[in-house]
Design a protein around this ligand. Structure first.
Ligand code: C5P
Length: 298
């Protein structure tokens, strides 16, 4: 095999709770992550010249050491002692700095792709170890890429994963307001004192296990909204607009600024999609991810 193409799906956080700050500076999380069919495509091929050559079709994305996908390639080469040159092309569709784990998913796809392309023979546990060194969301993204798409309860920094049963959310409207937010900053400014209502994880899991979309929607909750909404009130505006346009509920994903809304019916979702498209450039009507079913762009 000389080349491989992988899908790197975005995730949304259906529940995100922070239990406290850890001695290592990270925050102890309890979050449910869910992959959606908004995907980057990662093309990897062997190259005559030694080293890692990363390119992308997105003008705002840097392609050196600062790109997590580059560091993923470096890490797995270092671990394996592989010295063959590779070329990696990232076809970017997931908005940057959006709370959708686009960069983490690209990195996970690079780990998975290089392992397969060079038949390095790492099993999922070994790949997960490397993923955890790259970032808190990378193990979840890898889990989904190695299976047919994933929903998982994540604890610890985000790397302790428990896979949840399969449930398809048919209409998820994604609206990105077109600016980036720093995850590190959101966590830095987080204070438990500002949280008025905590997510009810057991109620969420009960709804999820039944795949009861109305009850799932009712339990959507993200404590990082207490940081990002006061800094960017537009996020709250988008949430309210979504509910006014038929969403069962709308929530910020991760540390934002992307907002997603769950819809029960196609007609309402498409009507809302049209409305948001006339106001924002990054609007995607998607569903839960399953492999082979990817968002091809508009
Ligand atoms: O792990 P990752 O590099 O993606 O995290 C980005 C930043 O978000 C970290 O540097 C840290 O400041 C913050 N973070 C945190 N607790 C977590 C995950 C991330 O404080 N569980």
């Amino acid at each position: 095999m000389e080349s491989i193409v992988l899908e790197a799906p975005a995730k949304i956080n259906l529940v995100l709770d922070i239990k406290g700050k850890r001695p290592d500076g990270y925050h102890e999380l309890e979050t449910v992550m869910h992959q959606i069919n908004l995907v980057d495509r990662i093309h990897i091929k062997t190259n005559g010249e030694a080293g890692i050559n990363l390119t992308t079709d997105h003008p705002g994305l840097t392609c050196g050491q600062e790109n997590l996908a580059y560091r993923a390639a470096q890490l797995i080469f270092q671990e394996s002692g592989c010295t063959t040159g590779i070329q990696v092309l990232i076809e970017k569709r997931i908005p940057l700095g959006a709370g959708l784990a686009g960069g983490s998913s690209d990195a996970a796809a690079v780990l998975s792709g290089i392992n397969r392309l060079f038949e390095l023979g790492y099993d999922i546990t070994q790949l997960m170890g490397m993923a955890g060194c790259l970032g808190s969301d990378v193990p979840f993204c890898l889990l989904g890429i190695e299976s047919a798409g994933a929903t998982a309860l994540a604890r610890g920094r985000g790397e302790i994963l428990q896979t949840l049963p399969h449930c398809i959310l048919p209409w998820i409207l994604i609206v990105n307001p077109g600016f980036e937010l720093s995850t590190a900053e959101a966590y830095r400014y987080f204070s438990l004192d500002a949280v008025k209502t905590r997510p009810d994880l057991s109620a969420f899991l009960a709804a999820w296990n039944e795949c009861a979309i109305i009850d799932i929607a009712r339990q959507l909750s993200n404590v990082l909204e207490t940081v990002s909404i006061p800094r960017c009130p537009l996020i709250e505006g988008i949430k309210q607009d979504m509910v006014a346009r038929g969403a069962l509920k709308a929530l910020m994903s991760g540390s934002g600024p992307t907002v997603f809304g769950l819809y029960h019916e196609e007609a309402a979702a498409r009507w809302a999609e049209q409305y948001f498209q006339s106001h924002y450039s990054q609007v995607h009507l998607v569903s839960s991810y399953s492999r082979g079913d990817y968002y091809a762009g508009k």
